[in-house]
Design a protein around this ligand. Structure first.
Ligand code: FAD
Length: 499
């Protein structure tokens, strides 16, 4: 007897925020399609999407200095910041649609308002921040941003960071109140709960081990039931590889030409967390600093107020580290087994080029608790060792590929890799990550279902009114959407309901 189960329309591999978002979009656009989800862990949202495995920043480029680069002529290029902000507005609109349709009941379970700030020290950095502020503050997407070099103002904004500060170096900050803290773990679980009620079939503790194209153009997946160790075979017309760090291996197994000459390099993350309510209460912002020389962009240090499980805490980091695993619960052989004849030269070229990253990672791995506390004291001069403990966050697998910049170029963004016929797509990379999940999953739909897009456009516009339009060029539309999503997502409150 064949163990192949009935063919399904869609298989989502991995129960993280990306599969949750794609599944939710598809259930609205094509409710009659049947969907199966395979997840090797026991629950949804346990890898990078888990609230403790990422920083929970709703990345809208309001405070992340690596999204605005200084050009050789001294001007500030804001194009990346504008793009990321627009992408975050797309997420906000989709989440608002889900709230308005009662598919998400309480938005405060996953999104909270929190000011986003950038804080720099030293003359050169202060000049950079001022120019960045001037370049952004006229832009509609960054309306409301404030800038100060004044100590008194800074004490008002970030008392904890100013107390005990003795340096005479110039200091400056920007602040914008429209930032957010997002609990992507809670969001993932909420979206999957909703999908469960819509008859989506969930298979937890099921690891996808292989996939191959069948003669009729569908995909057959070999899946291991980790409860029984038995193999199962499942067929689908469309497969989304949303395995986070596990996606590269599965993409390679698909054998599609688009999967060649791509490698991955894992960077692990650690955070310092403070749960002392006395300290926690003194800070109310996400404060991003400047990356150290040689540090990859996702290692920009930041001090964040977080809201997790109705509790407020502070998080500082990330400290980068090296582990050959591609997933937090992955295998130490992940890096080695991802090296294939078709990507070995790409990987070697990256190794030769990225010496400063290697040096940086080695330094980070060697840091003691005291050394990490010293870095924290650049943000909170009076921080006490006993108030802070280390938590291990998720793994990010940075994409390495050959680009016009040369062989083996390390990429810091997210990439959708899909087959020419649109029957399979994988998401690689992790930055800006979960914040832009809706935009990235719309890209998957556009690449894989072009024949449906005209028919779906009306529904997409109902869910995401700005779909296909530039918000930066349409100040009124941006204001209207921002106001509406603020109200729906409960982001108008200056002070959160709970502490
Ligand atoms: C330290 C750190 C900080 C971050 N900070 C932020 C932030 O502040 N803001 C932001 O927007 N983003 C942030 N990110 C990025 C964000 O967390 C990720 O982009 C996002 O969670 C990725 O979601 P995903 O669904 O692709 O992957 P994941 O959440 O990792 O989910 C993938 C799932 O696939 C499963 N899986 C893998 N292989 C298989 C297989 N073979 N069979 C079955 N299941 C499989 C895994 O078990 C996992 O559950 C951060 C990431 C890290 C690591």
């Amino acid at each position: 007897m064949s163990s192949i189960q009935e063919e399904t329309d869609v298989i989502l591999i991995g129960a993280g925020v990306m599969s949750a978002t794609l599944g939710s979009l598809l259930k609205e656009l094509a409710p009659e399609w049947n969907i199966k989800v395979f997840e090797k862990l026991e629950k949804a949202g346990e890898e990078s999407s888990n609230e403790w495995n990422n920083a929970g920043t709703g990345h809208a480029a309001l405070c992340e200095l690596n999204y605005t680069s200084e050009q050789p002529d001294g001007s500030i290029d804001i194009s990346k910041a504008v793009k990321i902000n627009e992408q975050f507005q797309i997420s906000r609109q989709f989440w608002s649609y889900l709230v308005n349709s009662n598919l998400i009941r309480n938005p405060q379970d996953f999104i909270m308002p929190i000011p986003h700030m950038s804080l720099v020290q030293g003359e050169k950095n202060v000049t950079f921040l001022k120019k960045r502020f001037e370049a952004l503050s006229n832009n509609p997407l960054f309306e409301g941003m404030e800038y100060t070099e004044d100590d008194e103002k800074l004490k008002e904004w970030i008392p904890l960071a100013m107390e005990g500060r003795t340096s005479n170096e110039p200091i400056a900050a920007t602040k914008i109140d429209s930032g957010t803290d997002v609990n992507f773990g809670a969001l993932t679980r909420t979206l999957f709960d909703h999908l469960k009620s819509k008859n989506v079939e969930f298979h937890y503790k099921h690891s996808v081990e292989d996939l191959k194209r069948t003669s009729d153009g569908s995909w057959e997946l070999k899946v291991k039931d980790l409860h029984t160790n038995k193999k199962e075979y499942h067929k689908a017309k469309f497969v989304f590889i949303g395995g986070g760090g596990g996606s590269l291996h599965l993409l390679q197994k698909s054998g599609i030409p688009e999967s060649k000459q791509i490698g991955g390099f894992p960077v692990s993350g650690l955070f310092l967390v403070c749960n002392n309510p006395f300290v926690v209460e003194q800070h109310h912002a996400k404060v991003y600093g400047k990356a150290k020389v040689g540090a990859p962009p996702m290692s920009v240090p930041h001090l964040d107020t977080r809201y997790i499980n109705n509790e407020k805490s502070l998080l500082f980091g990330p400290f980068a580290g090296f582990s050959p695993k591609f997933l937090k619960y992955g295998s130490v052989f992940d890096l080695l087994t991802s090296i294939k004849p078709n990507n070995v030269l790409t990987m070697l070229a990256a190794g030769a080029k990225e010496m400063s990253l290697t040096k940086y990672l080695i330094q980070q791995v060697m840091l003691s608790h005291e050394k990490r506390m010293e870095e924290l004291r650049e943000f909170i001069p009076n921080a006490k060792n006993d108030d802070w403990e280390i938590v291990v966050a998720g793994q990010r697998v940075q994409v390495i590929k050959d680009t016009e910049k040369g062989k083996g170029t390390l990429q810091f963004g997210t990439e959708v890799v899909s087959a020419e016929d649109g029957s399979i797509a994988a998401l690689l990379g992790a930055s800006p990550g979960a914040s832009t999940a809706v935009n990235v999953m719309l890209e998957v739909l556009e690449k894989c279902f072009p024949e449906h897009m005209i028919g779906w456009e009306g529904k997409i516009k109902e869910m995401i009114p700005s779909y296909g339009e530039s918000l930066v060029e349409n100040r009124e539309l941006f204001r209207e959407i921002h106001k509406h999503t603020d109200e729906t997502l409960g982001l108008c409150e200056k002070e959160p309901v709970y502490s």
